[in-house]
Design a protein around this ligand. Sequence first.
Ligand SMILES: NC(=O)c1ccc[n+]([C@@H]2O[C@H](COP(=O)([O-])OP(=O)(O)OC[C@H]3O[C@@H](n4cnc5c(N)ncnc54)[C@H](OP(=O)(O)O)[C@@H]3O)[C@@H](O)[C@H]2O)c1
Ligand SMILES: C[C@@H]1O[C@H](OP(=O)(O)OP(=O)(O)OC[C@H]2O[C@@H](n3cnc4c(=O)[nH]c(N)nc43)[C@H](O)[C@@H]2O)[C@@H](O)[C@H](O)[C@@H]1O
Length: 317
Amino acid sequence: MELNSKIYIAGHRGMVGGAIKRKLEKDGFRNIITRTSGELDLRRQDQVQDFFETEKPDYVFLAAAKVGGIHANNTYRAEFLYDNLMIAANVIHSAYENSVSKLMFLGSSCIYPRLAPQPIAEDSLLTGPLEATNEPYAIAKITGIKLCEAYRDQYGCNFISVMPTNLYGIGDNYHPENSHVLPALIRKFHEAKQAGRPTVTVWGTGTPKREFLYADDLAEACVFLMEKYDGRELVNIGAGEDLTIRELAETVRDVVCFEGDIVFDTTKPDGTPRKLMDVSKLHGLGWRHSTDLRSGIAQAYGDFLRKQFQHMNAMHQ
Ligand SMILES: NC(=O)c1ccc[n+]([C@@H]2O[C@H](COP(=O)([O-])OP(=O)(O)OC[C@H]3O[C@@H](n4cnc5c(N)ncnc54)[C@H](OP(=O)(O)O)[C@@H]3O)[C@@H](O)[C@H]2O)c1
Ligand SMILES: C[C@@H]1O[C@H](OP(=O)(O)OP(=O)(O)OC[C@H]2O[C@@H](n3cnc4c(=O)[nH]c(N)nc43)[C@H](O)[C@@H]2O)[C@@H](O)[C@H](O)[C@@H]1O
């Protein structure tokens, strides 16, 4: 990428797209184009085609998606499949038709089989059944990967796919039901501390293991791979280490300084028992994460508090 290349970030108001935008701006890229979903609905083929014909971007980071945690994925199954299929199909096809130099498609660790051998290597894709709670989302994301491969094979397009692990950070979604576990726990522990409640309820058994990567680290990896990687194979992006949900809850409790107890609601689903990424390929290419979990959670909590403060100020004006 040249500093004046025209770069389209799809999903720039989201946690990941926002982090990619910050990273590109910090690196001096000065021709970044963005659209909100209100201005450009990526599910609409006509709108996407018009946008690409008019703007002719050189590079595309495809970080727009219908995203959420285990409850949202399991509840809004139709939207998680339809929206994500349409977004991937429309953007990848228009990128081909409008001669985009390079496109990066962002998938997710949930594309791999539920019981894939750990750590999960890229070649585990399509070797076994998926986790039921996020099967629709995973199928849409797998289709995005296959579209990138097919346009590369048939038309020589330089479209690459990267698979981030569970993410958290600045600009995360703190919705009480629809968010991912880490922002959900930040909010739950904070609200319990404020209200002086004795316990916080964590979903499931607490035994599933998850790996977490700070979104700004992910953005750095995405820009690194956009510049350095032209392969057909997927690349996992993760921290290479995981912990149980119980351990995560204890860490968030410490960071938020909540002094009560943790209880588990075992009527809620656990999801995949474990999904630790094999990041040896990424390390071999020369990139490693730098933000450790505890300091990343502290930064995310700071962002959560800032948003709360802004919200309260707005309410009083
Ligand atoms: N969060 C994670 O833990 C995680 C883990 C692995 C992979 N990923 C991947 O990373 C990418 C970004 O995730 P995120 O966490 O940043 O999600 P996010 O914060 O929810 O942001 C998603 C963005 O997508 C845009 N979008 C959604 N539907 C759209 C539509 N129909 N047309 C146009 N734009 C639309 C939204 O735009 P507006 O704001 O303008 O509405 C939003 O800014 C996704 O591909 C996701 O699969 C995320
Ligand atoms: C990265 C994303 O991972 C998602 O799977 P997945 O890790 O289970 O998604 P999470 O929603 O982050 O949940 C991870 C684990 O945390 C538990 N958990 C405990 N308390 C809570 C809570 O208050 N909220 C939430 N959300 N979870 C909680 C949850 O039961 C599950 O075992 C996929 O559904 C998506 O498709 C996507 O791939």
